[in-house]
Design a protein around this ligand. Sequence first.
Ligand code: SF4
Length: 254
Amino acid sequence: MNAGISTRITSTPAICSATSDAPALALPIYSVTPFTLLDFPGRTACIVWFSGCNMRCGYCHNPQIVKSKGRGNIGQVMDFLRKRTGLLDGVVLSGGEASVYPSLPDFIMKIRDFGYAVKLDTNGLRPDIIRDFLEQGFLDYVALDYKAPPGKFKKVTGVDKYKYFSETLRMLCAQENVPFEIRTTVHTGLMNEQDVTDIIHDLDRLRYRGSYYVQNFRADNDRPTLGLLPPQARILKLDKLPKPHNFSLHFRNF
Ligand code: SF4
């Protein structure tokens, strides 16, 4: 998840104790944001937050999610989603990183059966899963975090796995069936103008034609980041960034 920017986790749903689906899905639910108009383009949606992540971004604003084993109940989430059919039309799968869980396809199939469109927020480290989801028509929208260029990827994410992210990026750019957006969160203690310039040039090389969001890290004094990062000493200089040739560039929280 693009921590520090995305919708703040607000609550677990008001859930009854009935779990009529009682699905045997091993999914570590952290919480549910019951309603959002901001996180799934064109949809009235809820967000299901999954615990656990395969990255360790220093600026992550949700260390409690990353380190959690889950505290919610998948059956209760299914009951919540069943009751919201007709009121909501989309479900955002966020976290943490939802794509790492083997039971996620079963969950997606169940919520698609309810009639929901599905958006996946992902850091892109599981191209095998994303490929499978695309082939099976599981996804209606993807938000992919482009954390950092290759030379900074480990420093920003804590993992030396740019090649997996890159495979996901190239796969998404090579298909036209599922719309997607790309996002980079910038903390200038980790990333600079040249790093974002490198990303813009990479996206142009791939003939990316969607929207690219450069998002300013947002400090939250009452919530330390995963890497206990200090506040930014400066803000990214947006006028130093090149104009993309093929896609639209947007700035958030600057
Ligand atoms: S560690 Fe990184 S990828 Fe994982 S939830 Fe936090 S910001 Fe997102």
